[in-house]
Design a protein around this ligand. Structure first.
Ligand SMILES: [Zn+2]
Length: 493
């Protein structure tokens, strides 16, 4: 029996505005799509929070025993400046300014994105498709929407007809907007605007002569509108209807609203069962923005090379800090908050490291199953990681009381306790124990390897004072040498 059959997960669906029991379309399987980054600059810390939130969700679903297909795209074309309908492509602009090929820009920032996410210990998605790799699929969707009568072509561009769509469907239902209000609040169309209505959005844009990222289509050379790629890729890999669509709160409108409209126009039914949105990250109480200087890059946090924080913080501490807030709440990053998380993180890791050595007794003085279920209850309540971390600190308290002889634990419970802590802390929250990370570091392995070799040479020469000195001094640094029949290995104590 899988865990998902006993643990009843509820998720907050942005579409209904309610917490709903999570029941995937096909038992035991989950399809999840998350809007990925536009790769034209270093990944923003706020975006890292969004992707980390969905990584935690991905991890929990997998932990429950679901087979999850997680698709997160890379936007490498079609996203115009200011998320607008007109203007320069973000990637093409960067390429022009830095005199690079657009695909050089894409490559550079895709690598940056992956390297940062890896430092934060995010699992790779099952599929990571790109917009430029799915131009044909996007053209097919436009043809389909044109055939159904929800789009019109003008001067080599194709626009989605929002008013027509709204007659039979409900445009604005995800973001809680009404088309009438949107129309009342918009200025008149500019004279040069070729759209029928300001609410209409581009499915295909004609490429002007200077536009370098262009593809042939039935409507002439051009490029796809930004909202279209997600509909094309989610449909291709997850089907016309899938379980979870996620992204940052700022994507609700217009991006996700347009995705719904495109899919409904195409297929006649809703594309997504549960819409999940992660909230934003602020810095010292203010919105993060490059232009105001109230901004910090992930690598600047890890190295300490920044003007905002007093010292460096490891990726795991930053991850722990983010996991201490609920993914739907705004989270404020500050030196104080990070320092507090760092202390808590160290306490948690120390407690975990000491669990193996806990003395066991014939009976346990507390109910371990109850504690464990509290952890699952937290996660089942729309992935309530702050509630889960509170329960983890409850465990730290217990561990210390056992050490002081004020609580007792049986051998069996101890094993279960260690296993559950590992599940919650490492598998679900995705934290990494820095002690064990150090153990796996190549540099440390080669340095200790060299010392082991010198010690072996000293022993071969019967220079036992040197060989003992190496062993003892390493032990003093917390590095234990273990002599076995296959040679010497080391562990951290
Ligand atoms: Zn998207």
């Amino acid at each position: 029996m899988s865990l998902y059959q006993t643990q009843k997960l509820k998720v907050y669906n942005s579409l209904s505005g309610e917490k709903e029991v999570f029941e995937p379309l096909s038992e035991g399987h989950v399809g999840m799509y998350v809007c990925g980054p536009t790769v034209y600059s270093n990944v923003h810390l706020g975006n890292c929070r969004t992707f980390m939130s969905f990584d935690m969700i991905f991890r929990y679903l997998k932990h429950l025993g679901y087979k999850v297909r997680y698709v997160r795209n890379i936007t490498d074309a079609g996203h115009l400046e200011n998320d607008a309908e007109d203007g320069e492509d973000k990637i093409a602009k960067k390429a022009r300014l830095e005199q690079l090929e657009p695909m050089e820009v894409v490559q550079q920032y895709t690598l940056d994105f992956h390297s940062i996410l890896q430092k934060f210990n995010l699992l790779p998605p099952s599929i990571e498709p790109t917009a430029t790799g799915h131009i044909i699929e996007q053209i097919e969707i436009i043809k389909n929407i044109l055939e159904k009568g929800y789009a019109y072509e003008i001067n080599g561009s194709v626009y989605f007809d929002v008013e027509k769509f709204n007659k039979t469907n409900e445009y604005g239902k995800l973001s809680g907007r009404k088309l009438e209000d949107m129309i009342a609040n918009t200025r008149e169309l500019a004279a040069q605007d070729e759209k029928k209505s300001p609410q209409d959005f581009a499915l295909w844009k004609k490429a002007e002569a200077q536009h370098i990222m262009r593809w042939p289509s039935p409507w002439g050379d051009g490029f796809p509108g930004w909202h279209l790629e997600c509909t094309a890729m989610s449909t291709k890999y997850l089907g016309e209807t899938f379980d979870i669509h996620g992204g940052g709160m700022d994507l609700k409108f217009p991006h996700h609203e347009c995705e719904i409209a495109q899919a409904e126009a195409c297929n006649g039914h809703a594309p997504v069962k549960y819409w999940l949105h992660a909230n934003m990250l602020t810095l010292n109480g203010k919105k993060m923005a490059k232009s105001t200087g109230n901004n910090i890059l992930p690598n600047e946090m890890f190295s300490g090379e920044n003007e905002i924080l007093s010292k460096p913080y490891t990726p795991s501490v930053v991850r722990f800090f983010m996991m201490q807030a609920h993914y739907t709440s705004i989270l404020d990053l500050s030196d104080e908050a990070l320092a507090a998380s760092e202390k808590g993180f160290q306490k948690l890791m120390d407690a975990i490291d000491s669990m193996e050595n806990l003395t066991t007794s014939p009976s346990s003085s507390f109910n371990l199953e109850e504690w464990k279920q509290k952890g699952y209850d937290a996660m089942n309540d729309d992935f309530n990681t702050p509630m889960l971390t509170a329960n983890l600190f409850e465990a730290v308290k217990r561990i210390n009381l056992i050490k002081e002889g004020k609580e007792t634990i049986t051998e069996k419970d101890k094993e279960l306790f260690i296993e559950s802590m590992h599940n919650f802390v490492f598998d679900i929250l995705g934290l990494e124990n820095q002690n064990s990370a150090l153990l796996n570091s190549d540099k440390l392995s080669s340095v200790v390897g060299l010392l082991i070799q010198l010690r072996n040479e000293a022993r071969a020469n019967k220079d036992f004072s040197t060989s003992d000195k190496i062993r003892d001094q390493l032990a003093g640094m917390g590095i234990q040498l273990n002599d076995g029949k296959d040679g010497t290995t080391f562990s951290l104590s």
